[in-house]
Design a protein around this ligand. Structure first.
Ligand code: F6P
Length: 543
């Protein structure tokens, strides 16, 4: 199973796309010319309806984008990804978050061993543990049932569990789940001050178990617990999720309280593993399994659907088109549900840590734009915050609008209002408002002459702003699993086309190294040589 490494700029399709990018067509014109555009540029899959017709593409662009995917051998790359090939070559690892939700019958081999039975063994361990904590049969050091769970982790060991736990709030049980991530001592203290040691369970999540933030927070939490209940309480109140069993032991967590994970799961793709323990505690193991089922369905879709009907492929190629050929710097993610409040932050790590790379898979600097900036907030709140810039600013911002046909609590009156905004915004962004329309509107309001003329330019909306609409039936564990997996595969496809390694994150190392040097200087009288700005700032902090 080879993982191709093809310079995309040398393909025929790339050259074609460069040509097309020189004469972009207006969305309003495309819609006027193509009566069946909406139907042609949409994909219906399970409970997902993806309308990508409001994008700056026509049949030729789309054809060239699919040709690009073929020329960079996306098909071979996809097989290598699912088959467990070492596609994370700079860390010498397979990338197998898909194995975490594979069906029991599948065989996926790493180092000549099928990893699927081990995945199911850990899933069973999660199931049994969560059931005991939820029904109260596994109790605390004082014999009480746990009421609160605190997930201590950062990055992929925090963002995924936190985002999903909030997203599935409707399906939650009685356990209150909290998240501590930042090394900011005020964060840990703010969370702990609301809790009672006797009924609090800590889940320490760190793939490496060397992360400064997580170890500091876990140590502070341990002190808080033992101050109230004594050292022996740790065995009942702390569990850990990690690949580093030795470090967990030296931290003082009992081996029976350890949930293993594997190095073939990247932190930002790990919520499907035992890293999702807090999710399973919050919503129960059955909902956690449904989340994994949804992801598996999306895996199958991505692995099998032809490129033209393949949701992650189409979305990724659109991102490549905007980022690399049309000069877009960012992509907005606007979920029209408060439950997905943390989705943009979660995707920021997934997308930007993966594809924020400038060296290709041959070790050469790329000559084209790669990973984009991802940002966003839930609608309708976002409309009252940054939509002004999207409608009338100077930036090209392709946006994903994610909405659900059904709300969870009923409340149709609210849902209709929410969804009216959802549909109206993509229409407004695309269609805009012409000068003639503005004049007509202002005259109808009684304005004329100078006072009308002065206002006209400010009231025009050029439109032609691209959006993709994901209309999903209902927010359930299953559809959420599929949605997250969709973005995971989108990241993969982009990395393949850009010919970069999406699964390492060397870019976060330098800051960590320098922080450790500076930390050593905090209490010391001597200091290491820094640039004059850093020296000045440190002197001020220490004084
Ligand atoms: O920020 C770098 C990073 O390695 C992420 O990729 C990861 O999700 C996070 O730190 C936490 O790492 P760990 O789970 O090993 O504590």
């Amino acid at each position: 199973m080879s993982f191709p490494s093809i310079n995309p700029t040398k393909t025929q399709a790339w050259k074609q796309l460069e040509q097309f990018a020189k004469s972009p067509k207006k969305l309003q014109d495309l819609f006027a010319q193509e009566p069946s555009r909406a139907a042609e540029y949409s994909i219906l899959w399970e409970e997902f309806f993806v309308d990508f017709s409001k994008n700056h593409i026509d049949a030729d662009t789309l054809k060239a984008l699919f040709a690009l995917a073929k020329e960079v051998k996306l098909d071979d790359a996809r097989k290598a990804y699912f088959g467990g090939a070492v596609i994370n070559q700079t860390e010498n690892r397979s990338v197998l978050h898909t194995a975490l939700r594979a069906s029991k019958k599948t065989s996926i081999r790493v180092d000549d061993q099928n990893v699927v039975p081990e995945v199911y063994a850990v899933r069973q361990q999660i199931k049994e543990f969560c059931s005991r904590i939820i029904d109260g049969s596994q109790t605390s050091a004082t014999g009480q049932a746990f009421t609160d769970v605190v997930n201590i982790g950062i990055g992929g060991s925090d963002l995924g569990p936190a985002m999903i736990t909030e997203a599935l709030g409707y399906y939650k049980n009685h356990l209150n789940v909290h998240f501590i991530s930042n090394v900011d001592g005020d964060h840990v203290m703010e969370v702990l001050k609301k809790l009672t040691p006797a009924t609090t369970l800590f889940v320490v999540v760190s793939k490496t178990f060397t992360t400064q933030e997580t170890l500091s927070n876990a140590t502070t939490a341990k002190k808080w617990l033992t101050a109230a209940l004594g050292d022996t309480a740790v065995a009942k109140h702390f569990v850990a999720v990690s690949t580093n069993l030795t470090a967990i032991k030296s931290f003082g967590i009992e081996p029976e309280n350890v949930f293993p994970m594997n190095d073939w799961v990247g932190g930002r793709f790990s919520l499907w593993s035992a890293v999702g323990l807090s999710i399973a505690l919050a919503v129960g193991p059955d909902h956690f399994e449904a989340l994994l089922d949804g992801a598996r369905q999306m895996d199958n879709h991505f692995a099998q659907a032809p490129l033209e009907e393949n949701i992650p492929v189409v979305l990724a190629l659109l991102t490549v088109w905007y980022t690399t050929f049309l000069g877009a710097q960012s992509e907005a993610i606007i979920p029209y549900t408060q439950y997905l409040h943390q989705l943009p932050a979660y995707l920021q790590q997934g997308i930007m840590e993966s594809n924020g790379k400038s060296v290709d898979r041959n070790g050469k600097a790329v000559t084209y734009q790669t990973g984009n900036i991802v940002w966003g907030a839930p609608g309708t709140n976002a409309q009252h915050a940054f939509f002004q810039l999207m409608h009338q600013g100077t930036k090209l911002i392709p946006a994903h609008f994610i909405g659900f046909a059904q709300s969870l609590h009923g409340n149709k009156e609210h849902h209709d209002k929410l969804m009216a905004n959802f549909f109206a915004q993509t229409e407004a962004l695309m269609s805009g408002k012409t000068e003639a329309q503005v004049r007509e509107e202002l005259s109808a309001k009684g304005l004329s002459g100078d006072s009308l003329e002065k206002l006209v330019p400010f009231k025009i909306f050029t439109g032609n702003k691209p959006t993709t609409t994901l209309l999903i039936e209902k927010l359930t564990p299953k559809t959420l699993g599929a949605l997250v997996a969709m973005y995971e595969h989108k990241i993969f496809v982009e990395g393949v086309v850009w010919n970069i390694f999406s699964y390492d994150q060397w870019g976060v190392e330098l800051g960590k190294q320098l922080a450790s040097v500076i930390l050593d200087e905090m209490d010391a009288s001597s200091s290491v040589k820094h640039d004059s700005s850093t020296t000045q700032l440190l002197a001020r902090y220490k004084s």
